[in-house]
Every structure is written in structure tokens, then in C-alpha cells.
Design a protein around this ligand. Structure first.
Ligand code: GAL
Length: 952
């Protein structure tokens, strides 16, 4: 016989007890509210039952307890530590049981009511988010308990309130039955991490309401009907609307879209309360096998957004939420999947206001059951269905009045089962105005869209062509990638290739990059900490840092690349014919909000610029626009057009002049780089001199170029493997990052075969190969000079059986550590790799060695600038024939490789410069496909040259 104890609720599969039914989340105009955010008394226990509940009694003395800010996670506030796992539950899987070691935080807050708090007694206490299970007492009365961490829960408390000295006690358990439903890939972060609010509920006040606001794109009319639990009137002054609740009204309106987020202010007035409404009229439909809004198919240019702040975890303040939306808008992102739980409700308000399509996802993931082939999965066990339905209802009821939400998602990676079907049925019944998504429903039994994650380009193309099979229902449905482009470390690569597919096949309605932000935790030891840094016994390392933003919200090169790939205006031209085709890639708006300009660069320097007149193109339309004549003095130099689309005026999210899209087209090619060999190598004193350079006579090693000391110049094929090079362990494809190391490409040996001083060249012959392997690279350095400039031609011929591509192919050389400033003519301003070059803008750039580094949370290859014609660094000018990849850092590639955190990298007394002829692609194999074959750097015969000279 088992004995029920005071903590049984923790392992009860039921969602909770004592809580009010879910309802819409709104801020009243006239009902009082009291925020209970702030400093709370806090006591942490190691188990759920270590302390009795006497702390909830009025009069309890918590004077010696710690204090924590609410909202917050106690593990980020100096009490215990966070744990990161991806798929694994960090406790034994035995649902619904949880470990005895169950960190439990008792929270206590004493508050007075404001003097003007209305004397009648109705009030509710709302918790917007508590992880993972809370039991609540007010003034000693047990109100009940709940689970569902990222969902709101309310209690009726009016009858318990006193004017002063109210004692609110909340016991929070880190682990509960609910934890089995919350196995998202993120930190486990217990605490009261969203707002706690006391809301007065006036007699006759608004309870719950549902704003139905559709748009008829043929007639240009919106139909509004507000269903309300409590009758009242709905007024929308700008539309002249004044109707009863439940009464439909049709009026001409401007529709809401993510591109035109028109909101009409209205009021719902019941006898006792006025509630402001922000109404967006739009109709979401599945039509012709496509997701359409207001009659038009969408192309989703999305990101997956977890809530993250490097110090506060998932306790986000409103400025951070706004910053996220602004950053998304400025980077051309038009959609967000709230992976993998409903966000703070204020975030959705910002999406309504600034314009983003939202896939609102339920707080549900049971991924860890995959380890046992999904046996005992709660989503296929009727005992859990009430909890699942509770979660679905809490999401839908809370968020139903947001026009930005166009799809409901049942959750993420929870397998399949009856519980999911029940959720989908309930949602479809409750809200017919939106579609239902769930990626795990591979045949779309319960869902309205076909969704996948990390599908390879080839498969996506087949889906686009409707050649993917599947059952009849699925074949009729639209497709999007709910996750793709895994942005872990350097990358993602290959997203431009996906975008081309999305733009080619109607059925492909875009996708959502995984993910928005790295979940690094700010930490003195490491800069940003990741899994394992807190001594977790089970963890998934830096897999938690896979975002387009660094943890401090600095955009990573991946975001800049994505911004360019999804730009809403396309410029196409071959440059030479003096015209450019401008294409409007928006779904809804014409181009009247944009101003256009052209400029002409010769050798990277802008000679002329001016406005470009572009007709007001409707969505999907394009026009050919004539460019001016290139300036007459352009002849002889490399000449190109740059055209830009800019915001013509300030908008809610961007300033006038913000670049929305750009294109570059070559007019005249780069003149060849030539050094006529005229100087002869001159031996003497252990050295050989050739033009401005001197070499070691025995080894042929370059020593100086003019007054500049050079060390360690040799062929380099190694790069510190990126997360995408290393690949995910479950990937069945070859993971080259692993193979490279296995083969020893990080420890290549350079055998000197000959140093030959000829009439007009110094030739150094070597063989570069790793120990224990038969394959190698026969490498010849041929030095020539015209007396002032020094030319190096490197010839590389693979020997033996190369079964892998090379990480990189080029030379490395060392310059004195005092070097800092770098100038170059080539791609910039940021890094680029073969399959991440979209945002690389050809021009003249100025930077420093330190600024060239991209601070990936786990250090790895970074910072290469593409298509470099010439670079100047440390008194040297280096010209490439052909263009090269340039990088420079204060540590070697081997040191970069050995570092686990940025704080492991310390500058040495040499700046190491890599001049690469080739780089292997980046791809997305940390959770997806590797680089497409065309971005492979196969070991093949190669020849490339650099011309060195001293800068003036
Ligand atoms: C997906 C999952 C995400 C995340 C991602 C890899 O399978 O839905 O939550 O784990 O992989 O970073």
C-alpha cells in the first residue's frame, strides 16, 4: 500500500489543482493590478520534503533566508547550478517518478495592497511562468499547485486578501511529472521566471474574450466579432465600429500582415471594466495546397526563438524582447517559431505591433523517450492526456487574440500518440481561424502543414516537386522546414541554396533557421559557459550554443548571411550591359517604402554614386532599370556596380537609410597581377637574397621582406574544426572534421627535398604529409622578384590516396606581434566561407587583427575574408593571383583548435596570417547536411601566387 504524502502532487500526471480555467491574457484599462515582481525571500532545499510548509503561515520569520529577484531562476542567482542536456532527461526515466534529489525553492513575499485598491473582494493571482511545479499559499491558505512551466496559471484570491501584511508563499520544485513533458533542448532552469501579478477583478468585469477579425481580400473588408464571456460593447473609433459582443460587423479596413502590421485600437467595455483591444484583420487559410494569408501564399523567412538572456536565462525583460523583434526585422526575418513553448506574452504583442508571422508552440517535448524507442511516451498514454490538453488550452486561450499567431504548434519532438491527436482535435475545434503544426506528425494525420527539420537540399527539392511520396493527404499540403540551417558555431552554410529552392517551388513555403540565439551563460571563468561547465554529470556541451546571435545579442556572421539570403528585393544583372533587374520579393507590399541608389567602384573605391529610379513594383513584379555610364576614368581598373535598397524613411523598426537589400555586378574585370622575374637569387652569409627578400640558405625559409621579419611560412591545410565540420554524433554521413583529425591533418610534417637557386628563381621543394599515412602533398614554393616586389607561386600536387577533402589549402606565415591594423580589398566586412559568401560585400575594408576574430563561444575556425585581391598588414602588401581567403590571428590554428572557451585564447608574440587558395565549405552537419558537393575542397593539383611588397 502506498501512502499519499504532502508532496504526491509533484509526481501526479494531472496538471494541477485549484487553478482557474485558462483565459486570454490582457491588461485592463481600469482594473487595478499589483506587480509582485521584486525581491523575495528564498530558501533552497535539496529535496521536496526537507522542510514542512510552516513557512507559508503568516508570522513565519524568514529573516535569515536569502533574497532573490523574481522573476528569475535560482540556479543563475547563486543557488545551485544549471544543467544542460539536449535529448536526455537528466534523471532516471521512470515516469512520472522524479528523483529524491529534487531542488526545491521556497519563495516568500509579504505585500500590502495599495491604498486605492478597491475594497470589494474579487482578485486573481497570476503566475506567467514557473519551472517546473509550484504550490502556492496565500495568508496560510493552500491555493493549490500547478505544472506547465511556460504557461500562465491563476488562482482566485480576493477572499484571502488583507489591506496589509499579505503573505504569499510559493514552493517550487525543479523536477515534477511535468518535467517529462518539458524535455526541450535547453538549460534546465528552475524558478519563478516570469511575472507574478495580483489582478483586481471588478464586478461585471471582463473575463475571457476571443477577437475574431478576418479579412476579405476581394472586397477589402474586415469582419470583426468579439465573443466575450461577459456581455458588453466593442468600439473601434477609427472604423466607426460600436457593436455588442457576439455581433459581427463588416467594414472596409487595412489588413494586418507581417509586412503591414496595421492594428486598430479598440475597447471591450463590460459593465465593470474596459479592456483595450489591438485588432489586426487577417485571414489564414489552406488553399490550393498553400498557406495563404489574405489570399496570398507566404514565404516564411523565419527563425526559431528560445527565450534567452546570458545572465537572466529565460527571465526576459521587455527591452530584451523588443530588441529581439527589432533585430529580426532589421535582418529581413519575417517569421518566428516560438521554439519550444509559448513565449512571454509581451513578445507576441511586439510581433503584432512590428510585424512577424508567429508559429506559437506548446510547451511540450518528450524527446528523451526516443532512447527507449518511445516506450511509455506520455503523449501516447491516456493518463497524461488531461495534462496535454491543459497545456494546449493554456496556450490557445492565452494567445488567441494575437493577429501575429497564424499557426499553433502542438509541441516539439514528442513522438506520436493519441494525446497529440487529442490536442489537435481540441485546437481545431476551438480555433478555426488558424492552422495546426507538429513536425513529428510525418503523415500529417492531425496537422495542416507538412513540416520537417534539417531535410537535405535534395529531399527538399523532391518535396517541392511533389515527388516525395507520402500519403494522399500529405501530398496536398504545403511544406516548410520548421528547423534548418543549424547555426552552431561557424555557419550555417548552404542556406542560399535552400532559399533558391524555396523561391523556385510554390509548395516550399520557407523555413526557420535553428536557432535565434546562443544560450551561453555569462561566466567569469569562461566568458560564456555551456554544457559541462557547471560540473553536470550528463550534458551536451556547446550544442546549446547554436544561434544566429551570440549570447550577448551581437549578430554573428550567420545572421548577416541570412539577412542577405532572404532580402526582400533582388537585384540581377550581368553588369556589363548597364542594366539591372529589380525584383520585389515581398509577399504583400510594393516598393514605395524604399529608396534606391547606385554606386560605381573602381578597385574597391567608390567614384560615383546617385539615386536609382525604380518603378513602384507590386509583389512578385520585376523591372529592368538602366544604370548610368561608368565613369570614363574607370577603364583599366576592376570596376563594379553596387546597388542598394534602403528604407526611405524611419519605420517602427529601422532608421531611414537602413540597407534592406543590395547587389553587386562586375563591369570590368580585375587586371592581372604580374611580376616579371628579373632579379636573381644571391647567396651569401648563410642567406639567399632575392629582390627585397632574404631566405635561409639551407632551408629556403623566408626570413625578411624588406624591413619586415617573417617566420614560419609554409603550406597550411589545417583549420580548427568548426562544429559543423565535426558533425553530430548521430549523423550517418562522413564527418570530415573527425576524419581530418584521425588522418592527422592537424600534424602535417614538412620534409625539405631541395633548395634550388636558379637564374631568376629560388625554388624550394617539399613534401607535406602526416605521420603514419601514405598520402601527402608535393609542394613547391617558387620565389621570383622584379627587384622590388616578391612573387611566390605555390604548386601543390596530391600524392597517394586522398579520400577526404582538405580543410583549407594555402600558406601560413608569422609576423611580429606588434601588428594590428589590417586593410584589404575584397569581401567584407565580415567573414565568409565557400557556402556562406552571400553577405560578403566587395570593397575596401579597414580593421584590426583583434576585430577580425569572430567570437564563437567554442573557439573554432573563423574570420576568413573572401575574394581578397590585396591585403595590407604589418608593413606588407600582399596581392593574390587569383583572389584569396585572408585571415590573421594572435594564436595558431592549433591553439585555436585546442581552446574550449574564448578565455583559453591568449595572444602570443606572433600574428599568424593565413592566405588561402581554398577553404572547405561549412554546411550544417552539426545537425543537418554537410556542405553540398560543390563546396568541397578536394585534394587536387593546384597553383596559386602571392605578390609581396612593402607598404610605403
Ligand atoms: C532539433 C530540436 C531542437 C534542437 C535542434 C538541435 O531536433 O527540435 O530543439 O535540439 O534539433 O540544436
Amino acid at each position: 500500500m502506498s501512502i499519499r504524502t504532502a508532496t504526491d502532487y509533484i509526481e501526479d500526471v494531472a496538471p494541477g489543482s485549484g487553478v482557474l480555467p485558462p483565459r486570454a491574457w490582457y491588461a485592463s484599462s481600469d482594473a487595478a493590478s499589483l506587480s509582485l515582481n521584486g525581491r523575495w525571500r528564498f530558501r533552497l532545499s535539496a529535496t521536496a520534503d526537507a522542510e514542512d510548509d510552516s513557512f507559508a503561515e503568516p508570522g513565519f520569520d524568514a529573516g535569515n533566508w536569502a533574497e532573490v529577484p523574481v522573476p528569475g531562476h535560482w540556479v543563475l542567482q547563486g543557488h545551485g547550478s544549471p544543467v544542460y542536456t539536449n535529448v536526455h532527461y537528466p534523471f532516471p526515466v521512470d515516469p512520472p517518478r522524479v528523483p529524491t534529489e529534487n531542488p526545491t525553492g521556497d519563495h516568500l513575499r509579504v505585500f500590502d495592497l495599495p491604498e486605492d485598491w478597491p475594497p470589494d473582494d474579487a482578485a486573481v493571482l497570476r503566475f506567467d511562468g514557473v519551472e517546473s511545479c509550484a504550490r502556492v499559499w496565500l495568508n496560510g491558505t493552500d491555493l493549490g499547485e500547478f505544472k506547465g512551466s511556460r504557461l500562465p496559471h491563476e488562482f482566485a484570491v480576493g477572499h484571502l486578501l488583507r489591506p496589509a501584511g499579505n503573505v504569499l508563499a510559493v514552493r517550487v520544485h525543479q523536477w515534477s511529472a511535468g518535467s517529462y513533458l518539458e524535455d526541450q533542448d535547453q538549460w534546465w532552469l528552475p524558478g519563478i521566471f516570469r511575472d507574478v501579478t495580483l489582478l483586481h477583478r471588478p464586478a461585471g468585469g471582463v473575463l475571457d474574450f476571443f477577437v475574431h477579425a478576418s479579412y476579405d481580400h476581394v472586397r477589402g473588408e474586415g469582419t470583426l466579432k468579439v465573443d466575450s464571456d461577459v456581455e458588453g460593447r466593442v468600439t473601434v473609433p477609427a472604423l466607426g465600429v460600436d457593436v455588442s459582443t457576439g455581433e459581427p460587423v463588416t467594414v472596409p479596413v487595412e489588413p494586418w500582415t507581417a509586412e503591414t502590421p496595421t492594428l486598430y485600437d479598440g475597447v471591450l467595455a463590460t459593465e465593470g471594466e474596459r479592456v483595450p483591444l489591438r485588432i489586426g484583420f487577417r485571414t489564414v487559410a489552406l488553399e490550393d495546397g498553400l498557406i495563404k494569408v489574405n489570399g496570398k501564399p507566404l514565404l516564411l523567412k523565419g527563425v526559431n526563438r528560445h527565450e534567452w538572456h546570458p545572465e537572466k536565462g529565460r527571465a526576459l525583460d521587455s527591452e530584451t524582447m523588443r530588441e529581439d523583434v527589432l533585430l529580426m526585422k532589421r535582418h529581413n526575418i519575417n517569421a518566428v517559431r516560438t521554439s519550444h513553448y509559448p513565449p512571454h506574452p509581451a513578445f507576441l504583442g511586439l510581433c503584432d505591433e512590428l510585424g512577424l508571422w508567429v508559429v506559437d508552440e506548446c510547451d511540450l517535448e518528450t524527446h528523451g523517450f526516443v532512447e527507449q524507442a518511445w516506450r511509455d511516451n506520455p503523449v501516447d498514454d491516456d493518463r497524461w492526456t488531461p495534462a496535454l490538453l491543459d497545456r494546449a488550452a493554456r496556450m490557445v486561450e492565452r494567445d488567441k487574440n494575437h493577429p501575429s499567431v497564424i499557426l499553433w504548434s502542438l509541441g516539439n519532438e514528442a513522438g506520436t500518440g493519441r494525446g497529440l491527436t487529442a490536442m489537435a482535435e481540441w485546437i481545431h475545434g476551438r480555433d478555426t481561424s488558424r492552422l495546426v503544426h507538429y513536425e513529428g506528425d510525418i503523415n500529417c494525420r492531425d496537422t495542416d502543414v507538412y513540416s520537417r527539420m534539417y531535410a537535405y537540399h535534395g529531399e527538399v527539392e523532391r518535396i517541392g516537386r511533389r515527388l516525395d511520396g507520402g500519403d494522399h493527404k500529405r501530398r496536398e499540403l504545403p511544406f516548410f522546414l520548421c528547423e534548418y540551417g543549424h547555426a552552431m558555431g561557424n555557419g550555417p552554410g548552404g542556406i542560399a541554396d535552400y532559399q533558391r529552392l524555396f523561391e523556385t517551388h510554390d509548395r516550399l513555403q520557407g523555413g526557420f533557421i535553428w536557432e535565434w540565439i546562443d544560450h551561453g551563460i555569462r561566466d567569469e571563468r569562461y566568458g560564456f559557459a555551456y554544457g559541462g561547465d557547471f560540473g553536470e554529470e550528463l550534458h551536451d556541451g556547446n550544442f546549446v550554443c547554436d544561434g544566429l546571435l551570440f549570447p550577448d545579442r551581437t549578430p554573428s556572421p550567420g545572421l548577416v548571411e541570412y539577412q542577405k539570403v532572404i532580402e526582400p528585393v533582388r537585384f540581377e544583372s550581368d553588369g556589363a550591359d548597364g542594366t539591372v533587374r529589380v525584383r520585389n520579393m515581398y509577399d504583400f507590399v510594393d516598393l514605395s517604402a524604399l529608396a534606391f541608389e547606385w554606386s560605381c567602384q573602381v578597385d574597391g573605391e567608390t567614384l560615383e554614386s546617385g539615386p536609382l529610379s525604380v518603378p513602384v513594383l507590386a509583389p512578385g513584379e520585376s523591372a529592368v532599370v538602366k544604370l548610368p555610364q561608368p565613369p570614363p576614368d574607370a577603364r583599366g581598373g576592376e570596376t563594379q556596380w553596387t546597388v542598394r535598397a534602403l528604407l526611405a524613411a524611419d519605420t517602427a523598426w529601422g532608421a531611414q537609410g537602413h540597407t534592406v537589400a543590395w547587389g553587386q555586378f562586375r563591369v570590368w574585370a580585375r587586371p592581372a597581377v604580374r611580376v616579371a622575374p628579373s632579379a636573381a637569387p644571391v647567396p651569401g652569409d648563410g642567406r639567399i637574397t632575392l629582390g627585397p627578400a632574404s631566405f635561409d640558405a639551407r632551408t629556403g625559409a623566408l626570413r625578411t621582406i624588406g624591413g619586415v621579419d617573417v617566420t614560419g611560412l609554409h603550406l597550411d591545410v589545417w583549420r580548427a574544426p568548426t562544429d559543423n565540420d565535426m558533425g553530430a554524433e548521430w549523423q550517418s554521413d562522413v564527418r570530415y572534421g573527425q576524419l581530418w583529425r584521425e588522418l592527422g591533418l592537424h600534424r602535417m610534417r614538412h620534409r625539405l627535398d631541395a633548395v634550388e637557386a636558379g637564374d631568376d628563381a629560388l625554388t624550394v621543394r617539399t613534401r607535406v604529409a602526416p605521420a603514419a599515412r601514405e598520402m601527402g602533398l608535393a609542394t613547391v614554393y617558387r620565389w621570383t622578384s622584379d627587384g622590388t616586389r616578391l612573387n611566390l607561386t605555390v604548386s601543390v600536387a596530391p600524392r597517394g590516396n586522398w579520400t577526404v577533402p582538405l580543410p583549407r589549402l594555402g600558406i601560413r606565415l608569422g609576423l611580429p606581434g606588434s601588428v594590428n591594423r589590417v586593410r584589404w580589398f575584397g569581401g567584407g566586412p565580415g567573414e565568409a566561407y565557400p557556402d556562406t559568401t552571400s553577405a560578403s560585400l566587395l570593397g575596401r575594408w579597414d580593421s584590426t587583427v583583434d576585430e577580425l576574430q569572430t567570437p564563437y563561444v567554442r573557439p573554432q575556425e573563423n574570420g576568413a575574408r573572401a575574394d581578397v585581391r590585396w591585403a595590407e598588414i604589418g608593413g606588407l602588401r600582399i596581392e593574390g593571383d587569383p583572389e584569396f581567403w585572408f585571415s590573421a590571428r594572435r594564436w595558431t590554428n592549433e591553439q585555436l583548435d585546442a581552446a574550449a572557451h574564448l578565455t583559453d585564447l591568449t595572444p602570443g608574440d606572433t600574428v599568424w596570417v593565413n592566405l588561402d587558395h581554398g577553404q572547405h565549405g561549412i554546411g550544417s552537419q552539426s545537425c543537418g547536411p554537410g556542405p553540398l558537393p560543390r563546396y568541397f575542397l578536394w585534394a587536387a593539383p593546384a597553383e596559386f601566387s602571392f605578390v609581396f611588397s612593402e607598404t610605403g
